[in-house]
Design a protein around this ligand. Sequence first.
Ligand SMILES: [Mg+2]
Length: 208
Amino acid sequence: MKTHLLVLDLDETLIHRSLSSLGYQPTMVVREWLIYFRPFCRSFLRDCQRKFDIGIWTASSSSYAIPIVVELFRGITPPRFIFTAVDCRREDNQVSKPLERVETFGYSLSRVLLVDDRPEMYQHHPENGICIPPFLGSFIDSELLYLQPYLESLALLSNVREVNKDWRHPQEYTNRFLGGIGLHSLLSQAESLESVETEDSQVSEVTS
Ligand SMILES: [Mg+2]
């Protein structure tokens, strides 16, 4: 068992389902649904398993989710659990994923991340959530390629909840944090980032 747990949503995060063809071959068919896997999803899962245990949490039914999860994890370590609609919380017509449930598997919420295309799913644990742009079937989507190194850096932290999850500038992030600075902790680097930005702006003023 690893110290960190990565919980992944299915629909619009790892896959997209459609009742009609998107113009290219679906990965699989489940009931009436054509299932399109997000580009790079298998290598993403494999690479994330270096640092994380992985759990799947979908707001859909288990009969829909299980065959997809089986195909997603073919050839690699299966997920620690598959949570489905019955594990979600429903209040005021809102559905969410009560992340504290993973504590029953021995994980501390300080080391749990949930990647979901719908922020309301982690409304009760916003500091654990990472919002990913929804995958609607584009075969040139590359969000998982961007997300994976960011997740890997978060896996070095003893408390992932203390870090701002704004990762929407991945190249900038990679250059600054993973390039020459070294990873002592993202928290101390968050402080140094302010000074780096100041220096950058001073340099650009001098050279412009
Ligand atoms: Mg979703």
